[in-house]
Design a protein around this ligand. Structure first.
Ligand SMILES: [Zn+2]
Length: 192
């Protein structure tokens, strides 16, 4: 009997025909708790509301976005990573005719930062998104793979990596930590 079957609760009931049927009843859920996961999201109407450091970083993301290689999606993303030593490392999306072979702007920038400045704390990443076929009027958050990749660096350095997100128009989003937008994440603590 496997664990799933063992864990089920059955009541045996004998029918008039002599068959035994199994009636499943749910276990008492004494320890059930409902929990809500939330995080703080700060929004700004314009770049002018950001600190000078944040604004400068976002402008670098916008600048590098324009050099993205995105002939298939026409969706251009630029990322600028700010390090504790003041260096800024940029990246933009690099697409490929074999779609999965391409890479998002965030990972291009993060991996480059990891390669060029190993051990240097990453403070924040600004991400700017635009399209050649429509106006992006809201921030584009990192995809799941990029969240996981940025979180690896956050866990490695033990300090949060802030995110600044914006489209071509509209609000600017700020999150204190990539972990905020990847709750219940899988990390190295499971690998022992
Ligand atoms: Zn991505």
């Amino acid at each position: 009997m496997n664990n799933i079957i063992k864990n089920l609760y059955f009541n045996k009931t004998r029918t008039s025909a002599g068959f035994i049927i199994l009636v499943q009843s749910l276990p008492k859920q004494k320890s059930m708790k409902k929990q809500t996961v939330s995080f703080e999201l700060i929004t700004y109407d314009t770049l002018e509301e950001l600190s000078q450091e944040e604004k400068s970083l976002m402008l670098k993301a916008i600048e590098t976005r324009k050099n993205a290689y995105a002939p298939y999606s026409n969706f251009q993303v630029g990322a600028a990573v700010l390090l504790e030593n003041g260096e800024v490392v940029i990246g933009n999306n690099q697409e490929n005719a074999s779609y999965p072979s391409g890479l998002c702007a965030e990972r291009v920038a993060m991996f480059q930062a990891g390669a060029r400045y190993p051990g240097v704390i990453i403070k924040s990443i600004a991400i700017s998104a635009a399209s050649k076929v429509y106006t992006v009027h809201r921030p584009a958050a990192p995809c799941g793979n990029c969240r996981q990749s940025i979180l690896e660096y956050e866990a490695k350095q033990g300090t949060p990596i802030a995110l600044l997100l914006m489209g071509e128009q509209g609000l600017i989003y700020k999150c204190h930590s990539v972990g905020d937008i990847l709750p219940l994440a899988f990390d190295s603590s499971f690998l022992k």
